[in-house]
Design a protein around this ligand. Structure first.
Ligand code: SF4
Ligand code: SF4
Length: 100
């Protein structure tokens, strides 16, 4: 299951990792618009078996080809993706810690 250690919210999420950083997707916040799939420069995002809040498939990355550029997080109209480069401190929102 996802990395829930930093939050007590019961959001369905999954964190994927490679040597460059991490990609977290909050399935419950994905509306299945496909913008991230369309804009990913390395075309490593695909549909997932997990459903988003519209009842449509959410997304997942193939981390072998992810360059952790953050484009998917930038274009996503919902806060459904969090990209964190290794060695960079996460922003308070990315850290997902209320009150920080
Ligand atoms: S961080 Fe960049 S390369 Fe990785 S999935 Fe998102 S858009 Fe694609
Ligand atoms: S851009 Fe955001 S809401 Fe749209 S499919 Fe990707 S993760 Fe889901």
């Amino acid at each position: 299951m996802g990395n829930n250690q930093q939050t007590n919210r019961d959001w369905k999420q999954e964190t994927y990792e490679n040597e460059k950083g991490t990609f977290t997707v909050f399935f419950d916040l994905c509306k299945g618009c496909g913008l991230c799939i369309e804009k990913c420069p390395t075309q490593v995002i695909s549909w997932s078996e997990n459903l988003g809040f519209m009842g449509t498939p959410a997304i997942m990355p193939r981390m072998e080809g992810c360059i952790v550029c953050g484009m998917c997080e930038l274009v996503c109209p919902e806060p459904a993706i969090s990209i964190i480069k290794k060695g960079k401190k996460p922003t308070p929102i990315q850290d997902n810690t209320p009150g920080k």
